[in-house]
Design a protein around this ligand. Sequence first.
Ligand SMILES: [Zn+2]
Length: 346
Amino acid sequence: MIKEEIKKIVLQKNLFKDVIGQDEVKHQLKSGLMSGRNIIIVGPPGAGKTTLVKSLAESLPSLKVNDCGFNCLEDAPVCPQCLENKKNNKETKTVELTGEDRFVRIQGSPDLTVEDLIGDIDPLKAMEFGPLSVEAFTPGKIFKANNGILFFDEINRCNEKLQNAMLQLLQEHTVTIGSYSFDFDADFLFIATMNPKDVNTERLSDVFVDRFDFIYMDYPETLENEIKIVKSENNFLGSEVIFQEHMLSATLKFVRTLRKSKDLEKVPSVRASIGLYQRAIANALLRNAKEVSLQDILRSMTSVLAHRISLKPSLRHELSTEDFVKKSFDSFTEREGLSTDLGESP
Ligand SMILES: [Zn+2]
């Protein structure tokens, strides 16, 4: 049982060692996993939800499974092909899955159907061969998470029908497709996410949310942690360009200031911080400079930030997001007394 397996690794000392900061979130997640709860991680995009759960999966031990695409265990197959092979005493080739392979991500969307997720039954063939036969049943995406972690991203984008199917599956381990109900034997740990500010979403029903614990995750708690995260995304290793600590710190502080801005409806995530860092270094490299200058940072601002934010409706006709970024950065550097400090590098 995957949940039992997870309970064992929760107590490992180095669990989540690659995830910087977020100590309270880690604690909440461990506590939820230990008690076998169904979990939804609530937070804005780019806060690190995927990284966190991926890191959990990477701690899972390798596992030998059938090479059927659905990770069936030799003695407990769930997919039609392996079930058939077992019935006929036919051997199935096996493969070794790493912890990382045992992480499956499904993107929630209004178009995702129960059939996409769980599987589709051909009604005519079902009458002839049975609903779960190789001939009639095409397994859906969820089977790929068998014996692993099913990471369901932005579940609040899914329609109510899908929410209900998911509930039925988690609670009763049964599934209804068309006129067929059957036992669903795939075994996985379910962790979902939702973005509370997403406007294009279905409301999750009370019945649904009552079956979950919510764990709240926000952007990095401190500037120091955000600097560490950004530096871990240095894809120019080996290059000589120096990004002075006070310059990087000011750049990320600016992003963090925007997150608190009353004028913004959508704010920049950690991906924006990483983008500014990488683009500023690239700009310095392109002019053969040894050091990132204020100009290099400025030059990346519009391209990285403008489309990642949106202004409050009352401001939208007054100025563009490009102008907003420029104006905000100007007043930020002035306010912080950084204009001279951040001057052109020699
Ligand atoms: Zn199988």
